[in-house]
Structures are given as structure tokens and as C-alpha cells.
Design a protein around this ligand. Sequence first.
Ligand SMILES: *Cc1c(COP(=O)(O)O)cnc(C)c1O
Length: 368
Amino acid sequence: MLLLIPGPVQTRPEVRAAMAQDIAPWDVDFQRVYARIRERVLVIAGGTPGEHATLPLQGAGHFVTEATIRTFVAPGAKVLVPMNGAYAQRMARLAREAGRVVVELKLTDTRGATAADIMPALAADPDIGTVAMVFHETGSGIVNDAEGIGAALRGAGRRMILDAVSAFGALPFSLAAHPECDALVFTSGKCLEGMPGIGFAVARIDRTEACAGQAGSWSLDLSDVLAHAKRAGWGSIRFTPPVQAIAAFDVALDLYDAEGGQAARLARYRANTDALYDGIIGLGLRPYLAREHQGPVIVTVHQPADPRFDLMSFVEALKRRGVLISNFYNTAAPTMRIGAIGAITPDDMRRAVDAIGATLNEVLTKAA
Ligand SMILES: *Cc1c(COP(=O)(O)O)cnc(C)c1O
């Protein structure tokens, strides 16, 4: 099966094979692996040892995103979220339900947010201390300008939290160049092509320590994750980790390095996206985003305006041809979402386009 979803992604056999073992989390061999992956992702994040630390958290991306908001935004403090997609809405909800005051900045989901969108709202409200934003918006496929927004926040003396879950490892962002960024967040199962099961915040050590005590949750307190590492060692983890997923992640990072790191991964994903985008147009379908706003992670496509088209049946029929795409969408208009990330190539994308074309013929020639 060709898995074309934006996470958990299609993985390589070497990564899956690393799962086939039993592991004790406190065993020194495992602790070496765990400490090593923390160092490896710190390098990918452009972090500075001694200034930044990798703070992992078991579970899905939402957990580490919530932990990051709880850790770096005080209860009752204001955080602005640029609202241009499903994952921005999720971030806002996590913050709101954690008792932080969310200022929602409504934007369209068909282009990335820029500093020009955000700075007037910040100028109008000096109480907004932090902007929590999504880097690549997996709802539609747009990329928000983390680089430019970060620079503007730095100039304005505000802080940034970056949800880089579907961007990290592919889209460039260097923490060393962004001292305004308290933490960036990502997971094992997206652009780094590991198994799902663990999230990471790469965070500023000074800010993590200065913010100790405000998370309001022990399990979601990244300052406690840092304190634990300092006390018990960087190979130690507070609660039972997904040991197999971590072992597999170490192998995924080997493959990432062997491929050529961030630049090579971005180039492959961009080639995947281009093949998909062109192929979709060739089928007579309409991409949701204009080409200049199309990011390199997921292509959303307007559903055919034909009453016989039903997304769920289409996805099931496509699956019978060996290609699995999401059976839901989260853009403003009805779309199909097709992932372009994972251990896949432009040839896979062309094969998928053929399968999509054949499946459309099949489902649209059936009686309504
Ligand atoms: C996948 C994703 C998440 C986290 O999703 P989980 O299902 O909790 O792992 C968060 N933000 C973005 C932008 C994502 O793409």
C-alpha cells in the first residue's frame, strides 16, 4: 500500500525492522540511543548546545504542543494564534482549554501568513506576549512565514512558539538565528519518517528554566522534563517511553543523514509535490492552492463538482488500487488531501495520479 497521508508517513523497511525487539527503558544501551536522538534533533533544529535542549514527550503531537504552550505561556496570559487552518484551530483550542487567553487572528487558508498580517494585531495589543503559530499548515498545504514572523517578533520583543510538526526536517528553520523562539515542536512520524509515538520540543534552556512552575500539569511540564534530564541524565526519561518507536527513530535519522539531511529531503518532497500538483491538473482536477502558495508537504484538491462523487467511497475505491489518502478534509471548501511526504518518490506520485484518474473514472461512471 502506498500511504499518501501527512503522517504517520510511509517508512522504510529498515525503520520498521528496528521495532522488532523488546527494550527496557532504563537499560544503558537504550539510554545511549535516547540521549543520542536528543542530540541529533538538536542539530537539525539548528540549536546551540548549552543554550537549547531537546525535551521529548511521549504521545502525539498535540501533547507536546499543549506542553509547550503550558510551559511557556503563563496561565491567564495572552497568546496570539494566526488562524488559517485546522492545526491553528487545534493550537488555539489547546491554549484556551489550558486557561491561556487566545487572541485569534483570522486569515484565509489559501496563503501563508506573513509578518505584515500579524504585526498590526501585536501593535494594537501590548499584552500579547507570545505568538503561537503553525509552520506548515497541514490542513491546506500552505507555509506560514516563520522566518519573517520570527524576525518581526524579535524586533517587537515578543516570544514565539512554533508548531513545526509537519515541517521539521524538511523546511529550514534554525533556532540559533531565532532567539525569540522559545520552542519548536515536532514528532517522530512526519518529515523525519519515523514511527509515531513521541513528540519533541527543542527549547531555549534559559526560558524553560525561567518558566518553571507555570505548566499546571506535571506530565505536560517541559521545565520538569529539563530538570529531570539535568538530575538523572539525558538518557533518562520520566515515564515509560515508546521504546520501539525511539529505536526506529534513531534508524530514521541515519537514513535522513544518508539522504543528505534537510536540503535533500526538502528537494525530494518538493519534487513529489510538483509531480502530484501537475498530475492532478492533468486529470482535469483543480488544486485548492495556487502554485505559488503550494507548500512541499500536502496537496489539497477540490473534490469534483459531480453529485456522484463521495469522498469516503472514492478513498475506499482508490485503496483497492493500492493508494491510501485521507478520508476527510479540513479546508474551507470540500477537498481531497494527498500527502507528499514519507519514504516515497516522484515515481510513486505519478503512479498515484494514474490510480486517482482510474478511480475517478470508475466511481463517476457508476449511477448516482
Ligand atoms: C500532525 C500535526 C500535529 C500533531 O498531530 P498529532 O495527531 O497529535 O500527532 C500538529 N500540528 C501539525 C501542523 C501537524 O501536521
